[in-house]
Design a binder for this molecule. Structure first.
Ligand code: FAD
Length: 317
């Protein structure tokens, strides 16, 4: 069976991202999953456990300070060389900023078909893509080798314990690929909440929340549900919540099992970032707010009454 290369998204300190486990789950439909770890020495050791647990028959470890110390070009170069050697059935990456850039470079190097923002893959290689900020679903298939980026929260990761046989890969990098060096990495302040784009539950607040202090209500509900906090652009622009949590066309795209839109009107640009959520619940005092056209469940009411009641009810359970 042909190998399907799955590029691991993660770091030694942060572990493997859930989207990589989803990609391994999807990869099994196309062939035998083999994870590729591209990073600083020691990264493969840190990531090997979950990669093998979720089906990586092999783990190709391409580790060097040069890969870790530069932007994406070295990763694309090393990956292209590996793909040339193993002739995979497909290459899968996470659909984040880095994954997409590596995928684009790789597709050019390999003369392959590039399929981004993929949410499903059939055994014959046909994929479902979510494009134009979630407003259009496309069915597509690559001519020749597919290079696929997988959206977060597309499938439920399924464990499938495999050997995870470690294979060292030539990690030398040409001077041409060392065009942009990393000078400093500053980790985002992370609390105990899940990452916005990976969370199964997202609780978002909008302008209706009315102040930064009131966002404590949104946070309380999110924490009770084990979710992440999001915000509309109006809430961000008003200084209620930091920009890194903005959901929408010019923010992050989320697709959780449950999305709560609280005090959010449902403008097209906000919908663009959340409309593929599985279940949408809206709380808004205006029964004509457009968010109700999209919501599976709607509560017409004052969020300052409804949210505390919900919190109290959830605490009782
Ligand atoms: P509003 O539209 O002001 O809605 C507030 C809602 O809160 C209202 O429906 C109101 O009824 C309700 N409300 C008020 N008080 C209460 C209460 N006490 N209880 C219950 N409900 C209450 N927006 C984004 O979100 N993300 C983006 O990425 C984004 N990108 C954009 C890009 C461009 C190029 C442009 C032009 C706009 C973009 N916008 C984006 C902005 C977007 O058009 C809207 O302005 C924004 O989404 C509105 O945010 P909101 O729903 O929080 O505020």
């Amino acid at each position: 069976m042909a190998e399907v290369l799955v590029v691991a998204d993660g770091t030694a300190s942060g572990g493997v991202k859930k989207v990589t486990l989803e990609a391994l789950t999807l990869a099994r439909r196309l062939g035998e999953p083999a994870a590729v770890v591209l990073g600083a020495p020691g990264t493969a050791d840190a990531l090997a456990g979950p990669l093998a647990e979720y089906g990586a028959v092999k783990i190709y470890a391409a580790e060097s300070d040069e890969i870790a110390g530069h932007l994406v070009a070295p990763k694309a170069e090393v990956l292209a060389r590996l793909a040339g050697e193993v002739s995979p059935a497909a290459v899968l990456l996470a659909s984040g900023q880095e994954g997409k850039e590596i995928a684009g470079r790789l597709a050019v190097k390999l003369d392959a078909g590039l399929l981004t923002d993929v949410s499903d893959i059939a055994a014959d290689g046909t994929v479902t893509q979510v494009v134009f900020a979630g407003s259009t679903i496309v069915t597509a298939k690559a001519n020749g080798l597919p290079v696929i980026t997988v959206r977060s929260n597309s499938v439920t990761p399924e464990p499938a314990p495999a050997a995870g046989e470690r294979v060292s890969v030539d990690a030398t990098v040409s001077d041409a690929a060392k065009g942009a060096r990393v000078l400093e990495r500053v980790a985002e302040q992370k609390g105990s909440r899940p990452e916005l784009t990976e969370a199964g539950v997202v609780v978002s607040g909008g302008r209706g929340v009315a102040s930064a202090e009131n966002f404590a209500l949104i946070e309380e509900l999110a924490d009770l549900l084990g979710g992440a906090v999001g915000a509309s652009r109006a809430a961000v622009d008003s200084g209620f919540y930091p920009h890194q949590f903005q959901v929408g066309q010019t923010g992050k795209t989320v697709s959780p099992q449950l999305y709560l839109a609280i005090g959010i009107s449902g403008a097209i640009q906000h919908r663009a970032g959340m409309q593929t959520s599985k279940t949408i619940v809206a709380i808004n005092k205006d029964d004509e707010a457009p968010i109700f056209e999209l919501a599976d469940y709607g509560i017409v009411g004052d969020l300052f009454k409804v949210v505390p009641q919900a919190v109290e009810e959830i605490r009782k359970r």
